[in-house]
Write a protein that binds this ligand. Structure first.
Ligand SMILES: [Ca+2]
Ligand SMILES: [Ca+2]
Length: 385
């Protein structure tokens, strides 16, 4: 498992590049991924259902961050008073009998406690992107990554985190990590999640490789609840660092110079397929919020891919040459629910014009609020490590 840690570290470090933005308006930087994915138009339909629970399996998160704190999941079985009148969240008792003591917002599998603090920044950044895309959904924080631990340990903690998310009924797992080593146990854990209809959104990886030839896991397990996401820049080109593959990579989303939250109440930029993955997770959460009967992961992935915006720059890079378009995802699902059957192509549907014409970008009041909230608190020029 030495290779795994190497690649896990590599994935995260590539995602950690902070970029100076001298001469660029902060709001432009903040808004481009949301504009490109038509998120503000989508928010006019839904900003996310608080009942949609998204597990962020990563480096932890700053759950007190002003941008995140209202979105952090609260385990209902670990709050309130116990029979002795003590606060369940800190009584040292596993009140909901799930095997974890005082797991109020998630779990730290590195230290085996409920301290979710993020010393790295990656998890806080990924969580912020999901929140920024799906403003009202809940985030369960599961910390698996320890840069000082062995690959085997990080893998074992990943598996435990997937099992926790499954047990606690997350609807989506965001996994912005991975490596080129397979693990039967990890695959089995994701299969168990599939049995609970949990959608698993995974980073394609930042190895600059063709994932059809050299697998990157968990993105490459081939399970029908896993979506593999690669990253594009503001010009819609795939990043030179991003993995690709016409058989194995499902779709692309923005991943370069992405602004999001960082520990300590800060904001900053990161780059990589980790960030792209988080946008797709947010989009899937909005889709589930808008279509409450939609719970088949395979179908959700199919909708995300087929309603994506066709991008010729993704030719030979992804399965369907599409990039995430959240508004289309919601609207096309609304307009023609039969368009996504296995035998029918969306291009034959009554809403086919949506596949070939770019929809007008409209920014709603909530979008402005979100963007300005970010801009006012941004600290964008820091080198993280
Ligand atoms: Ca518990
Ligand atoms: Ca307790």
């Amino acid at each position: 498992m030495i290779a795994l840690i190497k690649h896990v570290v590599s994935l995260i470090l590539v995602s950690s590049v902070s970029v100076a933005i001298a001469g660029t308006k902060t709001e432009e930087i903040l808004s481009w991924p949301l504009q490109m994915t038509n998120a503000p138009s989508a928010w006019q339909l839904t900003q996310g259902d608080p009942n949609i629970l998204v597990a962020i399996i990563d480096t932890g998160a700053d759950i007190g961050h002003p941008f995140l704190n209202e979105n952090i999941w609260v385990n209902p079985g670990e709050i309130g008073e116990d029979s002795a009148g003590r606060n369940k969240s800190k009584n040292g008792i596993d009140d909901d009998n799930n095997g974890f003591i005082d797991d109020v917002h998630g779990w730290n599998f590195v230290s085996n406690n409920n301290d979710l603090s993020d010393e790295h920044g990656h998890g806080t950044h990924v969580a912020g992107i999901v929140k920024n895309t799906a403003p009202n959904v809940r985030l369960m924080i599961l910390k698996y990554f320890n840069p000082k631990a062995s690959g085997a340990t990080n893998l074992a903690n990943t598996i435990k985190a997937i099992q926790y998310a499954t047990k606690m009924n997350a609807r989506i797992i965001n996994y912005s990590g991975g490596g080129q080593e397979k693990s039967k146990e990890e695959e089995r854990a994701i299969l168990e999640a599939h049995h609970q209809k949990i959608l698993f959104i995974a980073a394609a990886g930042n190895e600059k490789t063709n994932s059809d030839e050299k697998g990157f896991y968990p993105a490459n397990y081939g399970l029908s609840n896993i979506a593999s996401v690669t990253a594009i820049d503001e010009q819609r080109a795939i990043l030179p660092s991003s993995n690709f593959g016409i058989k194995t990579v499902d779709l692309a989303a923005p991943g370069k110079n992405i602004s999001s939250s960082l520990p300590g109440g800060r904001f900053g930029l990161m780059t990589g397929t980790s960030q792209a993955t988080a946008f797709v997770t947010g989009a899937a959460a909005l889709l589930m919020s808008h279509n409450t009967n939609l719970n088949d992961p395979e179908k959700i992935i199919s909708i995300l891919v087929k309603t994506g915006f066709k991008n010729e720059k993704l030719s030979e890079k992804t399965k369907s040459e599409t990039q995430l378009d959240i508004y289309r995802t919601l609207v096309m699902k609304d307009q023609d629910q039969d368009a996504f059957g296995q035998s029918e192509s969306p291009s034959e549907s009554s809403s086919s014009e949506l596949l070939t014409e770019e929809l007008p970008f409209k920014i709603g009041s909530n979008a402005k609020k979100l963007l300005s909230k970010s801009a006012n608190q941004s600290v964008l020029l820091e080198e993280l490590y």
